[in-house]
Write a protein that binds this ligand. Structure first.
Ligand SMILES: NC(=O)c1ccc[n+]([C@@H]2O[C@H](COP(=O)([O-])OP(=O)(O)OC[C@H]3O[C@@H](n4cnc5c(N)ncnc54)[C@H](OP(=O)(O)O)[C@@H]3O)[C@@H](O)[C@H]2O)c1
Length: 273
C-alpha cells in the first residue's frame, strides 16, 4: 500500500536537479528530506536539509537514522549528489579518479547500505540513481566522470534484480545537459595545465560541453519525470531526460556503426580542429 505522504531522501538537494526535485515533490505532498555538505550555506528551502557528505559513511547513516526516527519509514531515495572532473584520462591522478568514484559511485553504495535495511523491513521502497548520458557514451576529457556513471549503470542493473523480491524498485535517470551548478562545480585535474599536450583540444571540447550545459534543459523537466518514475509501479531500468537531440542520439546509437558514431562525437566536440 502506498503511504499517503511518502517519505523521500534526496542527496544533493541544495542546488540543480536535486533541489528542483525536492521542491517539486514537496509541492506534491511528499515528505522531503534533502542533503547538503553545508546546509548552513544553502538558500532557504521549504524542506529540511540534512548535513551529509556522501563520501562520509557516518553522515549518511545519521541522516537515514534521523529520517526513520522522525517518520518511521523511508519510501524513496534519489541518489543525486555528484560532481564532475575534467581532464585527459592520462592527466588524472589515481587520487583524483578515486575521489570522483568515491562521491559518484561509492556515495550511492553508502546511501543504499543505510536505506535498504529499512526498505526491506517495510517490504517496499524506491531507489532512483541519477546517472548521465555520459554513463552511456564515454565523454572525451570527462573520462573519469563517464567511468563513474558507467559503473553506476552496471551497479544499478544488478541491484535492481537483487532487491526486487523485497518489494524495492530501482531505476536509473540519465540526464543530458541541464542548467545547474554542475558547470561551475566542475574540477579540472591538476595536470591539465596550459603546457599539456592535450591542452587546447581538451579546453575546446569541454567548452562545447559547458556551453551545452548552460543552454541546457531546465531542472524542472527532470523533477517532473522523477515524480512520474517513482509513482510507476513497474519502472523501466533507465529513463533519459533533457534535450531531445541528445536523447535521440542515445536511442539511435544501436543502429549507427561504431566508427560513424565516434566520428559524430569527435566532430560535435571539435576534437579534430
Ligand atoms: N547538469 C547536468 O548537465 C547533468 C547531466 C547529467 C547528469 N547530471 C547529474 O545530476 C546530478 C546532480 O547534478 P546537478 O547538475 O544538479 O549539479 P549541482 O547543481 O552542482 O548539484 C550537485 C548537488 O550535489 C551535492 N554534492 C556534491 N558533492 C557532494 C558530496 N560529496 N556529498 C554530498 N553532496 C554532494 C551538492 O550539494 P552541496 O555542495 O551543498 O554539498 C549539490 O546539491 C549529479 O549526479 C550529476 O552527475 C547532471
Amino acid at each position: 500500500m502506498k503511504p499517503s505522504q511518502p517519505v523521500v531522501l534526496i542527496t544533493g538537494a541544495s542546488s540543480g536537479l536535486g533541489r528542483a526535485t525536492a521542491e517539486h515533490l514537496h509541492e506534491h505532498g511528499y515528505r522531503v528530506y534533502g542533503t547538503s555538505r553545508k546546509p548552513e550555506a544553502a538558500p532557504e528551502l521549504p524542506f529540511p536539509l540534512l548535513q551529509v557528505d556522501v563520501a562520509d559513511e557516518a553522515s549518511v547513516r545519521q541522516a537515514v537514522e534521523h529520517i526513520v526516527t522522525q517518520e518511521g519509514r523511508l519510501d524513496v531515495v534519489v541518489n543525486n549528489a555528484g560532481y564532475g572532473i575534467a581532464g585527459a584520462v592520462e592527466e588524472t591522478t589515481p587520487e583524483e579518479a578515486m575521489r570522483q568514484l568515491d562521491v559518484n559511485l561509492l556515495g550511492v553504495l553508502r546511501v543504499c547500505r543505510a536505506a535498504l535495511p529499512v526498505m526491506r523491513r517495510q517490504g517496499s521502497g524506491f531507489i532512483l540513481n541519477v546517472s548521465s548520458l555520459g554513463g552511456r557514451v564515454g565523454l572525451p576529457f570527462q573520462g573519469w566522470y563517464s567511468a563513474s556513471k558507467f559503473a553506476l549503470e552496471g551497479l544499478t542493473e544488478a541491484l535492481r534484480m537483487e532487491v526486487a523480491p523485497f518489494g524495492v524498485r530501482v531505476a536509473l535517470l540519465e540526464p543530458g545537459d541541464f542548467r545547474t551548478g554542475f558547470t561551475a562545480q566542475r574540477q579540472w585535474t591538476s595536470e591539465s595545465t596550459e603546457s599539456s599536450p592535450y591542452g587546447e583540444r581538451a579546453r575546446r571540447c569541454v567548452g562545447v560541453m559547458e556551453a551545452d550545459e548552460q543552454s541546457g534543459a531546465h531542472p524542472e523537466q527532470a523533477a517532473r519525470l522523477i515524480r512520474r518514475i517513482i509513482e510507476t509501479p513497474r519502472p523501466k531500468v533507465r529513463y533519459t531526460v533533457g534535450p531531445l537531440a541528445q536523447r535521440a542520439m542515445i536511442a539511435l546509437r544501436p543502429f549507427i556503426p561504431g566508427r560513424l558514431f565516434e566520428w559524430g562525437i569527435r566532430k560535435y566536440y571539435r576534437l579534430d580542429e
